[in-house]
Design a binder for this molecule. Sequence first.
Ligand SMILES: Cc1cc2nc3c(=O)[nH]c(=O)nc-3n(C[C@H](O)[C@H](O)[C@H](O)COP(=O)(O)OP(=O)(O)OC[C@H]3O[C@@H](n4cnc5c(N)ncnc54)[C@H](O)[C@@H]3O)c2cc1C
Length: 365
Amino acid sequence: MSCIFDIAVVGAGPAGASAAISAAQNGQRVLLLEAGNFPRHKVCGEFVSAEALELVEKLLASDSLVKAAPRIFVARMFVDGRLVEFPVRPAAASIPRYDLDPAFWRAARAQGVECSAETRVQAVRRVPSGAFSIETQAVDFAARAVINATGRWSNLSATVAALDQPRSIGLKAHFFETGAAPSCDLYFFDGGYCGVQPIAPNLVNVSAMVRAEVARTLEGVFAQNPRLQERSLAWSPAAPRVSTAPLIFRETTTSLDGVLLCGDAAAFIDPFAGDGISMALHSGSLAAASLNLFLRGDISLEGAIKHYAERHRTMLQPALRNAAQLRRLLHLPRLLRGAALSLMSLSPIARLAVHQTRARTSEAA
Ligand SMILES: Cc1cc2nc3c(=O)[nH]c(=O)nc-3n(C[C@H](O)[C@H](O)[C@H](O)COP(=O)(O)OP(=O)(O)OC[C@H]3O[C@@H](n4cnc5c(N)ncnc54)[C@H](O)[C@@H]3O)c2cc1C
């Protein structure tokens, strides 16, 4: 361990990239370690909510990716043969993870972050000095503080708990489709849902979250909803298929053994809320801001951990709770679900539902 970093960030998805870039912008010496490589396709609906877009531009120090992205003005839910529309105001954007994640990686490098891909962290330990040892197969690193942004499920996850929960898997692919409307279309069925939205002219992203016993392939998912099945007949593949498992909802945890957790590593918001990327970006920059107070000597590391936990609680957790409630509603018996959906089709309630599942970014200042 020849040198000590101020902050080591593990995982370079939106949360880790945001944490690393924000910390570097605060003047810190930052290490970013990523198990995989870029570019790569990733299971995601690729709906980037308006609450995230300003931060995306700030982190990338450029507005070109956001400006070029198709806009999404409405979310349409196809449930039990009904259609419920939710206006998305301000509009969201459609940005493939194949483009977004490498853009963050390049921006981190440009900010002076020391970036290492294909480097899986095997363990993080606190050493007697109070600093951390970050162990990889090839080399160990040292840092004064560590952020775990390894996503929903990794070898560094806080728990292997909740395995008795119903197991869901995530599936995704890009397909050619002509003339898709600028909307995020969510097709629900018993055991899951599938989102379809345009990501470029004549190209749609299709991503599903489905119980493993209901379907294990996209074709199996399409067969669950007649409108989706009909729409999918016109599609031809445009990118390799990817999948992920398990998709499990756990209690929010913002730190573990002195390490701050952010993005999905802290809490996994229901994907249909379309706010996971936003939550990841905001939690990453909040974690960096709290650690900045520690690194400049204003508070202890324990103080920074509490500071981050409080900001996560007030800014991000209301959206998590509200999204979980909406999910429960969609699992009500059909008759009750119909009544709830009729209520939600009233436009003030639809607007409120979208608002309530968003990070409270205005409270960030
Ligand atoms: C089906 C589905 C649809 C979704 N749709 C949307 C959507 O439309 N809009 C939206 O906003 N959100 C959506 N989400 C959620 C969104 O994808 C996540 O919330 C977001 O990717 C979280 O970012 P993250 O940085 O926390 O984690 P990730 O993006 O998962 O990044 C974690 C990174 O850590 C790396 N890593 C893991 N372990 C290690 C290790 N030991 N050492 C080093 N690196 C490691 C991984 O390789 C990965 O690159 C969806 C999710 C699913 C499952």
